[in-house]
Design a protein around this ligand. Structure first.
Ligand code: ADP
Ligand code: ASP
Ligand code: MG
Length: 419
């Protein structure tokens, strides 16, 4: 007998029929072998979180920032709908089930609304319900802070709820059921030839998630790595209980290490450039300090070597922070000089290759650059780490670039068969 946490995402619970399909699946897993204890985590029905955000935006601009407490009260309701419907579907099929919202668990978080971090989970209630033979259905994405405010964990946060509950109750595995049957070499919706990976290391999955592969929320991968939670991605549409999906694993010395394991990308980027800045000590701190004070995350940064005491400073931010970043910089004119010029581009994208094998292979970055050059794609910025190379390019070339890199690194071929 095993204890499993199963998370079903928005598309998997996108209609009443699909919720009933999930109920049948959960019962199949519950009765498998000599029986299993099952905690289910669900997302809101697909499109529901966006619909709720749209309602808020029709009243105020940027509700996530400007009314973050109420934003969380609002967007957390999507998951409350699905936990109740799934319990009804389970009960209709004769399976005892009970729903829990985040505060009922309780799943405690810090107080940073809309991007809260999980601090602790009391497993007592869940364990009691499991002992009584019930399936426990928990609302993903939400928690409660020390002042009893409802909080949410950031977009895609139900993955993190799943992994955190698995850690709290000591589950044997956390299974993320979604609309694809595992983690692929790149987004299978963009590259038809993308291949499902049987395994991927935590290190690689962390990079893929942080560089834009939304199949797992990055914090869920961090959590699983930190608390040793076996984590698997599976399809909620496959029949039966024998599918392998993709297991996230620790790196093992025996493992065949390909140069490149996967390609990730994100369109959620914008580039901001401040030119003609006086090249004096402290100027980077002044610019980036003001951006940080406005709570804007900066990703890549490039400062050119100065000429004639002047330099250019370019960095990237999330696309929906772009306007705010430009406003902040315009206010800085009084401090760093009125003769600076501020420009930018919000139609850029970041394309990245990821692989633990890069640690021991040279020439991977140059192969990437020459492939993009052959396609006539200009690279605007580059950033590297031990196991990834990222470039910023024009958004319109993103799909072309991804397909070209997928071909050149032979990602459609199984690792052991590559040249
Ligand atoms: P859910 O609603 O189940 O949480 P998401 O939409 O958040 O599902 O994540 C699943 C989607 O992630 C897939 O439909 C796929 O388009 C996308 N995706 C991006 N990169 C990858 C990848 N490398 N492997 C698999 N799916 C990926
Ligand atoms: N419903 C939330 C979202 O759409 C959380 C999730 O689906 O994981 O981001
Ligand atoms: Mg998701």
């Amino acid at each position: 007998m095993a204890t499993l946490v199963q998370k079903y995402g928005g598309t998997s619970v996108g209609s009443v029929e699909r919720i009933e399909n999930v109920a049948r699946k959960v019962i199949e897993w519950k009765n498998k072998g000599d029986g299993n204890d099952i905690v289910v985590v669900v997302s809101a029905m697909s499109g529901e979180t966006n619909r709720l955000i749209g309602l808020a935006e029709s009243i105020i601009e940027n509700p996530e920032r400007k009314s973050s407490r109420e934003y969380d009260v609002l967007v957390s309701t999507g998951e409350q709908v699905t936990v109740a419907l799934l319990c009804m579907a389970l009960q209709k099929l004769g399976q005892e089930a009970i729903s829990y919202t985040g505060w009922q668990v309780p799943l405690r978080t810090d107080g940073s609304n809309s991007k809260a971090r999980i601090e602790s989970i009391d497993p007592e209630n869940l364990s009691r319900e499991l002992k009584a033979g019930k399936v426990v259905v928990v609302a993903g994405f939400q928690g409660v802070d020390d002042d009893n405010n409802i909080t949410t964990l950031g977009r895609g946060g139900s993955d993190t709820t799943g992994v955190a509950l698995a850690a709290a109750i000591g589950a044997d595995e956390c299974q993320i059921f979604t609309d694809v049957d595992g983690v692929y070499t790149t987004d299978p919706r963009v590259v038809k030839k993308a291949r499902r990976l049987n395994t991927i290391t935590f290190e690689e999955m962390l990079e893929m998630a942080s560089l834009g592969s939304k199949v797992l929320q990055i914090r869920s991968v961090e959590f699983a790595g930190k608390y040793n939670v076996p984590l698997r991605v599976l399809s909620s549409f496959d029949e039966g209980t024998d599918n392998h999906g993709t297991l996230i694993t620790y790196e093992d010395d025996e493992m065949e290490k390909p140069k490149v394991t996967g390609i990730a990308f994100t369109r959620d980027e914008a580039e901001v450039k401040v030119s003609n800045v006086k090249d004096t000590p402290g100027v980077a701190a002044t610019i980036l300090g003001a951006i940080a004070d406005a709570n804007i995350d900066v990703d890549m940064i490039v400062q050119n070597i100065g000429t004639d005491d002047r330099t250019d400073f370019t960095f990237t931010v999330k696309r929906n922070d772009y306007d705010e970043a430009v406003t902040v910089l315009n206010k800085l004119r009084e401090t760093i000089g009125d003769d600076i010029s501020i420009s930018g581009d919000s139609s850029i994208a970041k394309l990245s290759i990821v692989g633990v094998g890069m640690k021991s292979h040279v020439g991977v970055a140059s192969a990437m650059f020459s492939t993009l050059a052959k396609e006539g794609i200009n690279i605007r910025m580059i950033s590297t780490s031990e196991i990834k190379v990222s470039v910023v390019i024009d958004e319109k070339y993103l799909e072309l670039g991804t397909r070209a890199l997928h071909d050149v690194f032979e990602l459609e071929t199984p690792r052991e068969m590559r040249a």
